[in-house]
Design a protein around this ligand. Structure first.
Ligand code: FE2
Length: 197
């Protein structure tokens, strides 16, 4: 395993969010390309960030920008695990690293009811985007009920600290939520003694 791919991703995204004057579609396009490069190979994710939980899908923070301009998270899906229907309120890029996940989008109609929209199945190496401007409400599930899947998520903010929303699938009722992270310890990406190769 090498930390250099993750390190390059963090450096490239930092440069991207430092650029002035880029509209969101341009940011998303570039962020998606960076994500596709990161997930093109599955040989860099630290083992501690790939651990599932028997009951809950895991959101391991890989890196949080000190100015909260972006965060990079490893989502680890145990067999059959899924999110509630939720939004993000910031742009995001989801890249499939291992296994597969199903992403069901929703739209709210004039009555506030949720209507199912597009559905996508992500395979390793594929990436998808979310944002309030292109569709922000979805539910994500592990495509498998007998194995772990892992996707890498990049968000245009500190996603674990942002107040966002979950939606009742039957009534469309909205509840505030803050996801936090699964880490009990926020990792130092560059531990002493680990070669930067
Ligand atoms: Fe999501």
């Amino acid at each position: 395993m090498t930390i250099s791919k993750l390190r390059s991703m963090v450096q490239d995204v930092t440069r991207l969010v430092e650029r002035q004057g880029l509209e969101e579609p341009a940011v998303l396009e570039r962020a998606k390309t960076l994500m596709e490069t990161l997930i093109a190979t599955d040989d860099w994710l630290p083992e501690a960030m790939a651990q599932p939980h028997p009951q809950y899908y895991q959101q391991h923070l890989l890196y949080g920008d000190p100015l909260d301009r972006f965060s990079l998270v490893s989502f680890v899906w145990g067999p059959g695990q899924r999110t509630p229907i939720h939004d993000h309120t910031v742009w995001g890029v989801i890249g499939m690293l291992r296994g597969s996940e199903v992403e069901q989008h929703f739209e709210r109609d004039a009555q506030g009811q949720l209507q199912p929209g597009r559905q996508a199945t992500l395979l390793p190496g594929q990436a998808a985007c979310v944002s309030p401007s292109i569709g922000d409400i979805h539910q994500v599930s592990n495509a498998y009920d007998d194995r772990v899947s892992i996707s890498i998520h990049l968000y245009g903010g500190n996603i674990g600290r942002i107040q966002r929303h979950v939606f009742d699938p039957n009534t469309g009722a909205v509840k505030d939520f803050v996801s936090g992270y699964s880490n009990t310890l926020i990792p130092n990406l560059w531990p002493a003694g680990e070669a930067a190769a």
